[in-house]
Design a protein around this ligand. Structure first.
Ligand code: TEU
Ligand code: CA
Length: 540
């Protein structure tokens, strides 16, 4: 349909293709597998899927290192498979968002192969090349997130090239207009193929400072002790010059103009910045001429999720971006699964997971759900020998990397999880099997059925998806707010604690709602909530 505003308050289900469903018995998920499992996503009630990269890639960063933007990696299938995937998704009422990694390519991309071949070839300026300092060291102090300097030496050009991530992921030079044109052509290619939108990887890394100025050290009072992982020196610089550059706004407008040539296309930008994330998300989503949504790392961090923290993040975003639109996520393929991140010591894991999911889906903004979170899968504990993620291998054992959230989906309670007939690329923890889709399905007390129920509930109340938010006075562990949409005023109350808690009913006529799966008790103008409880009411 041509609902241009579908993204506002949408629930987007993230699929990590390697780990969703294998259909050809090589132990790695593929596009045919995604197509086969789309009914699960539709039954959940999601509006869209975001598929992590499936483009041609040497897989050094499992697809986030692209060597051909306009083809499918043979591991995942073919362009024909992708066409069938889109057709099936649309038949099921799901929109398809793909993950464009435009900030960098693989070092195997023909553009980079050419660019590194000499200082004078046609693409010599397509990446960020710079001479060493007189003593041979890198041009400045910029660091790679994945460890070490952000500069790698090239023995042919006798120059350094910039890589914010792996050395196998050279940064494109978006100051070069030809590079911009090439990337916009990629965007157009997929729009013409029928995608409904994009998740834009590392959207704030597109531009660097052309003078290559050093980043300042981060002032101690601005250091967030819980920045993950604290062992990474990257987190102790202020990232003023290596990313977050003002030139990006112009490029995002160009990107948007192409989107707007097609009906109802939306993009969510991933803002990778643990210091100014909300502010940047606000810049990119305000004005209606750049991206519609951004997702920041606020709720992906190990900071405990308390009522105060939720209020602080929501108010900060409101303040820096009154017109902006966020997309919240508790989980993705880069961070420790949230039920483990926030749930150590929690007795009732299912109750905790249900409350968290419902809270996130009640906040103002859109939502990204990550495959397996609807099953409340905990982080997988992997042995060093099982690791695949270069980031984890680099910082082991202080930081265990990202493999623990990337293990295969569990569809059936069988040893192979119904994922593959072969040995999967990452092991499936035995502890995940009792939480498989087929085991939870049909059990009204299960986390899976709760997600389905709550998504339905959210659909029935436009205020939950699109309304404004106003916080009301509540004492921790309770969190209360109103979602206001036209004349509709919805009161939402959560018990973010392990003990029962009670609050005063709001003033006026309170019409409790059902269909969300939580129970509560109202007596003498007080609402009593059990541990991890929630309450929803319409206020007249
Ligand atoms: O992540 C961007 C990013 O900033 C991450 O490196 C993040 O800091 C880290 O993973 C947190 O643990 C995106 C992708 O989501 C990630 O999978 C890629 O590795 C990265 O870009 C490079 O393309
Ligand atoms: Ca496969």
């Amino acid at each position: 349909t041509a609902d241009k505003d579908w993204w506002r308050g949408a629930v987007i289900y993230q699929i990590y293709p390697r780990s969703f469903q294998d259909t050809n018995g090589d132990g790695i998920g593929d596009l045919k597998g995604i197509t086969a499992r789309l009914p699960h996503v539709a039954a959940l009630g999601a509006d869209a899927i975001w598929i992590s990269p499936f483009f041609t890639s040497p897989m050094r960063d499992f697809g986030y290192d692209v060597s051909n933007y306009t083809d499918v990696d043979p591991i995942f299938g073919t362009l024909k498979d992708f066409d069938l995937l889109i057709a099936e998704a649309h038949r099921l009422g799901l929109r398809v968002m793909i993950d464009l990694v435009l900030s960098h390519t693989s070092d195997q991309h023909p553009w980079f192969v050419e660019s590194r071949s000499s200082r004078s070839n046609a693409k010599a300026d397509w990446y960020v090349w710079a001479n060493s300092k007189p003593d041979g060291t890198p041009p400045n102090n910029w660091l790679s997130i994945f460890g070490g300097s952000a500069w790698a030496w090239d023995p042919t050009r006798l120059q350094y090239y910039l890589h914010n991530f792996l050395t196998a992921q050279p940064d494109l030079n978006l100051h070069n207009r030809q590079v911009q044109e090439a990337l916009l052509a990629v965007e157009r290619f997929w729009l013409e193929r029928g995608v409904d939108g994009f998740r834009l990887d590392t959207i704030n890394f597109y531009f660097h400072d052309r003078e290559l100025r050093d980043n300042p050290a981060l002032a101690p009072e601005r250091r967030n002790a819980s920045t993950a992982p604290a062992v990474n020196p990257y987190n102790y610089q202020e990232h003023i010059y290596d990313k977050n550059r003002p030139e990006n706004l112009e490029f995002l407008k160009r990107f948007r103009a192409v989107m707007d040539e097609f009906p109802a296309i939306a993009a969510v930008g991933e803002v990778g910045d643990s210091q100014r994330g909300l502010e940047i998300a606000g810049e990119y989503t305000s004005g209606g001429d750049k991206v519609q949504m951004c997702y920041a790392f606020e709720f992906l961090s190990p900071d405990p999720l308390t009522p105060e923290r939720v209020v602080e993040v929501m108010r900060d975003f409101q303040k820096v971006a009154p017109e902006g639109w966020a997309c919240w996520a508790f989980a993705n393929h880069d961070v420790v699964r949230h039920v483990s991140r926030w749930g150590s010591g929690v007795a009732d894991h299912a109750g905790h997971a249900k409350m968290l999911a419902s809270l996130m889906m009640s906040l103002r903004g859109s939502v990204c759900l990550y495959q397996g979170e609807e099953l409340a899968l905990p982080e997988a504990e992997l042995a060093y020998e099982d690791l695949q993620d270069p980031y984890g291998i680099q910082f082991w054992p202080d930081f265990k990397g990202r493999d623990g959230c990337r293990t295969p989906m569990v569809w059936e309670g069988l040893p192979d999880g119904g994922f593959s007939s072969a040995k999967p690329w990452l092991p499936i923890p035995e502890a995940h099997l009792p939480q498989a889709v087929a085991v939870q399905e049909g059990d009204p007390a299960s986390v899976l059925e709760h997600y389905r129920r709550f998504l339905n509930f959210r659909k029935a109340h436009a205020a939950l998806a699109k309304g404004d938010i106003e916080f009301v006075e509540t004492r921790a562990p309770l969190l209360g707010f109103l979602r206001i949409h036209g004349n509709d005023r919805l009161f939402c109350l959560f018990n973010m604690g392990e003990e029962p808690a009670a609050a005063d009913l709001p003033e006026g006529t309170v019409e409790p709602l059902d269909g969300h799966g939580f129970i509560s008790d109202i007596r003498d103008n007080k609402i009593s909530l059990p541990a991890w409880g929630a309450f929803f009411a319409r206020l007249a």
